[in-house]
Design a protein around this ligand. Structure first.
Ligand SMILES: [Zn+2]
Ligand SMILES: [Zn+2]
Length: 136
């Protein structure tokens, strides 16, 4: 199985995923905008067992109860997103979500949708034909 690698801006945190992401999408929600400092973020997911931190350790912020964003304490890059398993009726524990652009080669990602476009900034003009969802 192909191993894909990624990490944070400063290189302190490195990770590997086994195989390509199962799903990727652009999130425009206000929380992602603030947490990552960008207009939107592209998240990808793999099976939880297929995501491994290989060096460094993530710091976690849980501003919203039950939602944990993992980031590098040295450079601030947000790398992961995790929600308590009972949230939103989904089994979140089955998947590992990570910021797609932190892969060494983010071009392998194939985003499938835009979510939380209700929070999309008015100066972002989307030209792709991907489905758009008001929320997720
Ligand atoms: Zn770092
Ligand atoms: Zn978001």
């Amino acid at each position: 199985m192909e191993i894909l690698k990624g990490g944070c801006y400063c290189g302190a945190i490195r990770y590997e995923i086994t195989g390509p992401p199962r799903w990727s999408g652009h999130c425009h929600c206000r929380s992602c905008q603030l947490a990552l400092g960008g207009a939107f973020v592209t998240w990808s997911k793999v099976a939880a067992a297929d995501f491994t931190i290989t060096s460094g350790s993530l710091k976690q912020i849980e501003k919203t109860l039950g939602i944990r964003r993992g980031f590098c304490g040295d450079c601030g890059t947000t790398l992961t997103y995790a929600a308590d398993s009972e949230m939103a009726g989904q089994d979140w524990s089955a998947d590992a979500w990570f910021a797609a652009t932190t892969l060494d080669d983010p071009s392998v990602v194939e985003p499938k949708a835009h979510v939380f476009v209700s929070h999309q900034q008015p100066w972002i003009k989307l030209a792709d034909q991907l489905p758009r969802f008001e929320e997720f």
